[in-house]
Design a protein around this ligand. Structure first.
Ligand code: AHR
Length: 338
C-alpha cells in the first residue's frame, strides 16, 4: 500500500486543518444534525478534524435521500469531520470533476458512490498519487487495479436480485407468467448486479418469461413513463420487477391509470424498502421487497478515521439487508427510519 503512515497523516491533518481554518474553509455542507442513535461515529475521538470529500450520485430516489441524510448526520463537526459534499446529479463526469476538486483541496479522505462502474481509473490514479485514500460507498467500480481504493462498503446487489427472483420463482412460477423488468441506471452496479441475480434465478424456470427489460433510471417519473409504454406494447404482463421502490411507485401510478390493480392484476416485486415502498407493500400494491440498507453514514465515519490513521480495513464490507412481505412491512413500518 502506498498510503501515508499514520504519523505522517496526522501531521498532514494538522497542516491541512490550519490552512483551511486560516482560509475560512470550514465544512461546506455538513447538513447539521447529530449522528444516528447508536452510531459509533458519535464523539470526535482524537479531536483532530478529518476533511472528507463525498461525491454523491444525486437525489434520484427516496433511498438516495436517506443515504445522503445518514452521511451528513454522521460526518459532522461534532464527530470530528469537515464534510465537503458534492451532488453529481447522476452524471459521472460531475463526480470526476468533484473528485478532482477534492484532490486539489488536499482533503484527507475521498468517498463516493459511483454513478456507473466504469471510467474511474484515471481519477483514482490521481487520488493515489496525491496519497489520498478513497472509500467506495454503496456502489462498486470496475478498475484494473483494486489498490486504487481502500475499501468498498455496501449491499450485495447480485444477492438482492437473486432473493427477488427466488420469491417470484417460489410464489408465482408454478404457471406460465410474463415478467417485465424496470432496470436502474444503465451501467450502474445495482442495475447490472440486480439483473444478473434475478435473471439467473428465473432462467431456471421455463414458466417464467422476461418479455421486456428497460431502464427507468431509478426515478419515479421514468418508472411511470416506461411502464406506460410497456402497458401499451405488451399484450400480457403478470409480474413487474422494479430495480428500486421509486420506479415501482411510478409504475403503480401507470398501472392504476390503465385501470388495473397493482399487486393483483400485475404482481410487483422491488428492492430498497423505503417508507413509501413499504407503505405500498403494506397496502397490497407491491407484493415483496428486498431491503437495501442506505444508512451507511456511521460506518463511513469509522472507516474514514481508520483510513486516516493507517489502520487495516477489510477490502469489502457487505451490509445486512432484510426482506419483507405484506405482513412484514406492516409490522416494520411504525419503526421504519427512512
Ligand atoms: O445504489 C443503490 C440504488 O441507488 C438504490 O437501490 C436506488 O434507489 C438508488 O437510486
Amino acid at each position: 500500500m502506498n498510503w501515508k503512515s499514520a504519523r505522517g497523516r496526522v501531521l498532514g491533518l494538522l497542516t491541512v486543518g490550519a490552512v483551511l481554518a486560516a482560509a475560512g474553509c470550514g465544512g461546506s455542507s455538513s447538513g447539521g444534525g447529530t449522528a444516528e442513535p447508536g452510531s459509533s461515529a458519535e464523539g470526535g475521538g482524537s479531536g483532530k478534524t478529518i476533511t472528507i470529500g463525498f461525491a454523491q450520485v444525486g437525489s434520484e430516489s427516496g433511498w438516495r435521500t436517506a443515504n445522503t441524510e445518514s452521511i451528513k448526520a454522521a460526518l459532522t463537526k461534532e464527530n470530528g469531520f469537515n464534510l465537503k459534499f458534492a451532488d453529481a446529479q447522476q452524471k459521472p463526469e460531475n463526480q470526476i470533476q468533484a473528485i478532482r476538486s477534492f484532490i486539489a483541496q488536499k482533503v484527507d479522505v475521498i468517498a463516493f458512490s459511483p454513478v456507473v462502474t466504469t471510467g474511474w481509473d484515471s481519477v483514482l490514479e490521481e487520488a493515489k498519487t496525491a496519497d489520498i485514500p478513497v472509500i467506495l460507498t454503496d456502489r462498486a467500480v470496475d478498475v484494473k487495479d483494486d489498490t486504487l481504493y481502500k475499501t468498498f462498503i455496501g449491499s450485495d446487489f447480485v444477492e438482492e436480485g437473486k432473493r427477488v427472483g427466488e420469491w417470484v420463482d417460489k410464489n408465482l412460477g408454478s404457471k406460465p407468467i410474463n415478467v417485465v423488468e424496470l432496470e436502474g441506471t444503465t451501467g450502474s452496479a445495482p442495475a447490472l448486479d440486480r439483473k444478473k441475480g434475478f435473471d439467473g434465478v428465473v432462467a431456471g424456470n421455463p414458466n417464467i418469461k422476461i418479455v421486456a427489460s428497460q431502464t427507468g433510471n431509478f426515478t419515479r417519473s421514468e418508472g411511470k413513463q416506461v411502464m406506460e409504454g410497456l402497458l401499451q406494447s405488451q399484450k400480457q404482463i403478470d409480474v413487474l420487477f422494479a430495480h428500486n421502490d421509486d420506479m415501482a411507485l411510478g409504475a403503480i401510478e401507470a398501472i392504476e391509470a390503465a385501470g388495473k390493480k397493482p399487486g393483483e392484476d400485475i404482481k410487483i416485486v422491488s428492492i430498497d424498502g423505503v417508507k413509501d415502498g413499504m407503505t405500498a407493500l403494506s397496502q397490497g400494491k407491491i407484493n415483496y421487497i428486498v431491503e437495501c440498507n442506505p444508512l451507511l453514514g456511521p460506518d463511513l465515519a469509522e472507516l474514514a478515521k481508520k483510513a486516516v490513521n493507517g489502520e487495516a480495513i477489510d477490502k469489502r464490507i457487505v451490509t445486512h439487508d432484510d426482506a419483507f412481505d405484506q405482513a412484514g412491512a406492516t409490522a416494520a413500518l411504525p419503526d421504519r427510519k427512512y
